[in-house]
Design a protein around this ligand. Sequence first.
Ligand code: FMN
Length: 420
Amino acid sequence: MDRRGFIKVVGGGVVLAAAGGLPGCSRGIPAGAIEAWRGPGQEADVRRWILGYAILAPHSHNLQSWLVDLSVPDEIALLCDPERLLPETDPFSRQIMMSHGTFLEVLDLAARERGLRADIALFPEGEFSPGKTERRPVARIRLAPDPTIARDPLFAQVLARRTSREPYEVRRPIPAEAVRAMGESVKPHAVSFGFAGADEPGRLARHREIASEAWKIELTTPRTILESYRWLRVGAAEIERHRDGLSLDDPFVVLMTKLGLFDRAKAPKPGDSAIAGQIKDFDAKVAATPGFLWMVTQGNDRKTQVNAGRAHVRVQLAATAHGLSMQPISQALQEYPEQRATHARIHELAGATPPGQTVQMWARVGYGPPQQPAPRRRRFRKKRPDEPVRTGACARPCLRRGRRRVLKIPVKGGRDRRRA
Ligand SMILES: Cc1cc2nc3c(=O)[nH]c(=O)nc-3n(C[C@H](O)[C@H](O)[C@H](O)COP(=O)(O)O)c2cc1C
């Protein structure tokens, strides 16, 4: 962070200018907030062991809107937490559905490791309507031993996968072999994969332009920036307490927040120099991007969205296996009115014709610096042994603090839903 830039910004009455963009500025995430990345270890209950990996799936804005009902033996019911949505930037909850797909895919990879077949029934009590999420399960997963079930090598990348919002090595092209592996990785799901790299400079430039324009729109539209602010966790204490959202622990921003100079309840004014700084910063990252990839589906119903999410995490795991960094860039794919033109442009560039075809994922990819993991939510306690549980978080028993053997997970019916 550039101190002079920062001071100038503070002088202008705003903060965050040199913070390097909204999310991903974390330099020292508290250890507790990322303990889930150690994996479930020796967890004896196989469902909880599997869930210990599934919660490491990527989720838009790191909302972790997953609730799991474990009340039926050998089954996991996945539900969507209605309090963890993005109504402004994801008005139809398409990305929320994708983020359930990422969870299911990692769950499936983990089940395979244990020789279990995960029979996943999507929307077993009926599909959600196109515009909203509902209380019915997104999926019911039955786990059954199956000696024929094959392990998937992508599982080895689950603990290593990160979203990286850093600049990448622009002069280091992505090898054809890595592009092939990413394309191959999505084959289990009905999506088509596209890639533009250094050998297509004109196309690359168009990707950069659309990404920059869409980001600018998101940052200068008051209600969408405010939605991101809502999920911004500033400083170690907030990050540790919430263990979700977008972590920002730049010391200057933390200080300004403490001093009350960064008010997350107010949208920045037009022409705000802090926002201008973030736009410039993002432009630089996009310019330092040697490749873009995307995924298109036929149709856009709820099952298609979930399955696109399954493909999404597979691509990211395949990239991880090749030492590549990746950042999804969803802004132009979002369905709020201000993005209409960028939405049309990225669809055209990807060769997708709406409404029949939808670009579900768009990402920048390249070689980047190592990343810290993103927080995952604190586990919640189960109060009674007979109580059915829902968990959006790791289901490893909490023995560390000398309590009785409890699970730090949300409990069905909303009781004991102590938010971290
Ligand atoms: C459907 C979907 C859309 C996403 N869109 C963006 C995005 O536009 N920009 C971004 O920086 N990250 C995006 N992400 C990544 C999430 O922010 C990231 O998964 C989350 O912060 C947790 O971090 P992790 O992936 O390192 O575990 C997206 C992830 C998903 C699943």
